[in-house]
Design a protein. Sequence first.
Length: 160
Amino acid sequence: DHPKVSFDHHMGLLGALSMSKTIADTYYYGSIQKFGQVKVFFAHATDKVIYLWSVRYEDKGRLYELWLERRPNLQTQFEKRRVDFLNVISFYWAMKGLLEEATDKIIGLQQEHHSKLVQHLFSTPPTERLDAVVNPSTLKLTEENDKARMHLSSPFFTSK
C-alpha cells in the first residue's frame, strides 16, 4: 500500500524534526555549528524493507537534510535465511555505530551549552540562541484525511 508507506515516512520525518527542535530547545546556548553535526534518526519499515533515515540541520539556507543512511538487502525467502540474518546483523551493527556517533555529538552540544550557561550566569546572554534559530515548520497530518494524497509528494522510492 504505497499511500500508507508514504504516510508512515512523513510521520517519521515529522517526528525527527520534532526531536531536533527538542534538542535545540534543551541546549539553547549551543552553537549552530555543533547543532548542525547532530543527526536524528528514524527507522521506517515496510512489508519487506527497513530504511534507516537521518535528519540534520544545515545552517546554510536554514534547512534540514534528509538522508537514507542504510537499507538492508533482504531476500524474504526461507532458503536464503542465513544471508538475510547476516544482512540484518550488519544493518543493526551499522545502526548502533551511527547512534553512538549521534550521541557523542549531542553530548558535545550539551557540554558547550553548559559552559556557555556558566559563562553567562552573571552577564548578558548571547542574543542568538538555538531555540530561536531552529524552528522547523510542521503540519499536523492525520492518516484518515492525508494518506490518500501523501504518495504524490514523496518518498520517491518503492519498497518493491
